[in-house]
Design a protein around this ligand. Structure first.
Ligand SMILES: Nc1ncnc2c1ncn2[C@@H]1O[C@H](COP(=O)(O)OP(=O)(O)OP(=O)(O)O)[C@@H](O)[C@H]1O
Ligand SMILES: [Mg+2]
Length: 324
């Protein structure tokens, strides 16, 4: 299937405050939030992005929505370079691509009613006022807020976390988008309401034919929602494969450690936790060669000398490891 979003060698560096020594040396240190990321998101696909805190997941999501610009590389949406989107074409992109925030308590203005929160994207997109009430009502129906008109003049603090996340989703869906990025969509929610929100995410994706990128720490969520998973480590994709392959036959030592860290409800599988030492290195000064080598139980001299490229192997896998 054709790709909706294509990323080619995407780089995002954030300049950081320089020390006196760095100024004297003329050095320009930067956090390498993304360090050469290449992948496609097929039209209609659900792709997960997983990895430890700070590996660049949110940065990646923001670039795919043009909420930030890459330092290098290129991103295209529907074949058009995103860097060149301006004016009406940018407004059109903004209608098609939407974000679901992690924290519904932060995503909504506490002084606006729920109706106002959901109608706002229609106002911003210059949609005819005569259509507003119907469109808002239909968005509320999509997210199964029963008796939706009861919610219209309430304020965010009057709703539960689960209800609020449904309102946040109604807001993201009201313009009828094609592409959704959901950044940790349930991590702030009570365990008791998570399953309902996940089921809703899956349902709206199927009924609306959405292309979706889910950013998450949670492999169980990923397995439920996404056919394909990208594993990131320190600004790079280290493994990209069908989710079942990632969970059952992880190839990269880092993916093995991630998978070993979560209990998989499968009696046929018993996995000893993989030793993984230390913390994620400083993204200002990643190690030479493979950035995982300091923590990798299989590291060899070549890993310090040469950065492993993401290469296709068997089983629809792409892996960036010299062992593979
Ligand atoms: N606006 C910014 N200015 C400077 N550094 C930033 C900025 N945004 C992100 N970073 C840095 O870029 C790196 C990647 O951050 P990002 O938020 O994308 O990670 P993440 O994978 O989403 O982490 P988490 O799982 O904690 O949400 C981190 O080192 C972070 O400190
Ligand atoms: Mg994040």
């Amino acid at each position: 299937m054709a790709a909706l979003v294509e990323l080619r060698d995407v780089v995002k560096h954030f300049p950081v405050t320089r020390s006196l020594g760095e100024i004297a040396r003329g050095a320009h240190p930067a956090v390498r939030a993304l360090d050469g990321v290449t992948f496609d998101v097929g039209d209609g696909d659900a792709v997960a992005v997983v990895g430890e805190s700070g590996c660049g997941k949110t940065t990646l999501g923001r670039l795919m929505l043009k909420l930030a610009e890459p330092t290098g590389g290129a991103i295209t949406f529907g074949g058009a370079p995103m860097a060149g989107l301006t004016g009406e074409r940018l407004r059109d992109f903004r209608r098609q691509a939407q974000l679901v925030f992690q924290n519904p308590f932060d995503a909504l203005n506490p002084r606006f009613t729920i109706y106002r929160a959901v109608v706002e994207p229609l106002i911003n997109a210059d949609i005819d006022k005569a259509e507003h009430a119907d469109r808002v009502a239909s968005a509320f129906r999509r997210v199964h807020l029963a008796d939706f008109d009861r919610y219209f003049d309430r304020y965010p603090h009057q709703l539960s976390g689960g209800q609020l996340q449904r309102v946040v989703m109604a807001r993201a869906l009201v313009l009828g988008p094609r592409f959704l990025v959901a950044d940790e969509p349930v991590s702030m929610l009570d365990v008791s309401v998570r399953a309902g929100i996940l089921a809703l995410l899956r349902e709206v994706r199927e009924t609306m034919g959405l292309t979706a990128v889910y950013i998450s720490h949670d492999l169980a969520l990923v397995r439920y929602l996404c056919e394909r998973t990208l594993v990131m480590y320190l600004g790079r994709v280290v493994e990209d494969a069908p989710t079942e392959e990632i969970v059952r036959r992880p190839r990269h030592p880092y993916t093995k450690a991630l998978v070993a860290a979560v209990p998989v409800p499968d009696p046929d599988q018993s996995r000893a936790p993989l030793p993984i030492k230390g913390n994620v290195p400083d993204a200002r000064e990643p190690p030479s060669g493979c950035s995982f080598r300091d923590r990798c139980p299989y590291a060899m001299p070549r890993c310090a000398a040469e950065t492993p490229m993401l290469r296709s192997t068997t089983g629809g896998h792409r892996v960036a490891c010299h062992l593979d």
